[in-house]
Design a protein around this ligand. Structure first.
Ligand SMILES: [Zn+2]
Length: 328
């Protein structure tokens, strides 16, 4: 129904973002609530249902205005039943998210992993601009990834498709990763990874640097400070960004050689660094990608920021509705 709204939900460890979104991707109402993590996150589905009902009441609408819910969850999702296998920061383990949310709201529900959902959001309304073949890498506390091939999320056989953060870029002697391997992209390109690269550079050299001054005063560094120092042409900070760009460019080029994507989108907190990061990543990407793949791909920063999740979730809800209608 054209005049109905889709509900896009993005569940995070701190907040849950919810929005009512039109079929064409226009956000009508957007708000967030603090995530209720009590009892291993057991209250989250009823919390979402209640928040939706309260908002409908507040704006004088009824449930009939809503067609379907799409939801992004911070963990691997079981495609068959929409349960979340594990979401450590919510306390979920084999959590029946879809089943619970259908019960609580009486609406059709689609669940997917949050990085995949963000990739869909960028494809629909952001940097992807409708590109049907797209890679998204999100740089934050960890490094997430989403792959869209021919307009569809690549899930793989057991939900681990598109895990770009765990591509090996240091084959021997790399840092241990949370996944149990060593030398993953995540150990280099996450916020923690960038800080570790900077600390290593500070320890092995004695030249003056803004980073040395900051560390001397605050006894710690953040990835934001490292990018800011690079923007001010601090040599040590620029070398750290160059090292990060090497690993990111290598991983993206090797992934792109498989997919031959139109857009490669970099999102997440670290991505706020803008051209300071984007330019060296583009150079390294070009160096490692198959020339025809490189010629077809545009490497760019994400545009939707925090809205990518709710938009991608709404798109999933919309796609689900189309499938249901086709079967009727
Ligand atoms: Zn890993």
């Amino acid at each position: 129904m054209a005049d109905q709204w889709l509900v896009g939900v993005d569940v995070g460890g701190t907040t849950i973002k919810i929005a009512f979104i039109s079929d064409s991707g226009e956000i009508h109402h957007k708000w967030e609530i603090p995530t209720d993590k009590r009892d291993q996150g057991n209250h989250i589905p009823s919390q979402i249902a209640l928040a939706i009902n309260e908002k409908l009441r507040e704006i004088g609408e009824t449930k009939n205005k809503l067609s379907a819910i799409g939801i992004g969850a911070p963990g691997p999702v079981n495609d068959a039943d929409g349960s979340v296998e594990i979401a450590v920061n919510l306390g979920w383990s084999n959590f029946p998210l879809k089943e619970r949310l259908v019960l609580e709201t009486s609406l059709p529900v689609t669940v997917d992993n949050d990085a995949n959902v963000a990739a869909i959001g960028e494809m629909w309304k952001g940097a992807g601009e409708g590109a049907k073949d797209l890679l998204l890498v999100t740089l934050g506390t960890g490094v997430g990834g989403g792959v869209i091939a021919n307009g569809e999320i690549v899930h793989g056989v057991n939900g681990a498709g598109g895990e770009l953060g765990h591509i090996t870029t240091v084959p021997e002697g790399g840092f241990p990763c949370n996944c149990g391997k060593t030398g993953c992209l995540e150990t280099m390109a996450s916020a923690t990874g960038v800080v570790r690269l900077a600390m290593k550079a500070l320890e092995s050299r004695d030249e003056p640097s803004l980073l040395r001054d900051i560390y001397g005063e605050e006894k710690k560094l953040t990835s934001k400070q490292i990018f800011e120092a690079a923007q001010e042409n601090d040599r040590l900070a620029l070398e750290v960004v160059q090292e990060l760009a090497f690993h990111l460019g290598l991983a993206l080029a090797n992934s792109a050689n498989v997919l031959n994507p139109q857009k490669i989108v970099i999102g997440g907190g670290v991505s706020k660094a803008g051209d300071t990061l984007l330019n060296p990543v583009r150079d390294e990407f070009q160096r490692f990608a198959f020339p025809r793949v490189s010629a077809g791909a545009e490497v760019m920063m994400a545009r939707m920021g925090n809205d990518a999740g709710i938009l991608g979730a709404a798109w999933l809800a919309k796609t689900q509705m189309k499938t249901i209608i086709q079967y009727i």
